[in-house]
Design a protein around this ligand. Sequence first.
Ligand code: GDP
Length: 202
Amino acid sequence: VHVVQAEFVKSSVRTEDFPSDGLPEFALVGRSNVGKSSLLNSLVRRKRLALTSKKPGKTQCINHFRINDSWYLVDLPGYGYAAAPQELRRDWSKFTKDYFLNRSALVSVFLLIDASIPAKKIDLEYASWLGQNQIPMTLIFTKCDKRKKKKNGGKRPEENVSDFQELIRSFFQTVPPWIMTSSVTNQGRDEILLHMAQLRNY
Ligand code: GDP
């Protein structure tokens, strides 16, 4: 299940640009600053394969990374930017929604949730959109190494995670599969790769 080869393939702005080899793919999505680039780099054991974006809101591209010549990690535009126009802030573009709804190679969406802060309404909204559209989803809790801080509501990552799960249960009855991670300690990295391997073999 380990990543022995990872290569950036392309950045797409239209559906027609996507790779057409039909290899299975896993999409990484989440709020801006959730730690998506860091997680991607941790999964592939590179420092800068996914350039940690310092200009949130600029990228509405969908980026394909081919792993071990046999599957893709797909980096999707984030949501919830502070500095972008309202419509981008609140919503995925039509391009991104089309990807979720129509991309046949998509195996599962990995929705990243920051475990170092209390659950955010916008994350629940996106989780519920994915759920309502019956898009297979795995919850990836990020930054689980962070210690609790007063200004973050004073809760430990484990408490934020269980609060989020409790909230999501009110939408779905069941909680999607979930993995706790840290790009600092690499917690959860092998678990994610194993989970992806299992999903590919279904
Ligand atoms: P992105 O906007 O979702 O791509 O987020 P980045 O990967 O650029 O990370 C946003 C910020 O969170 C950066 O300052 C990272 O150093 C920090 N960060 C990301 N992952 C972790 C993590 O697992 N633990 C801690 N403590 N910080 C993290």
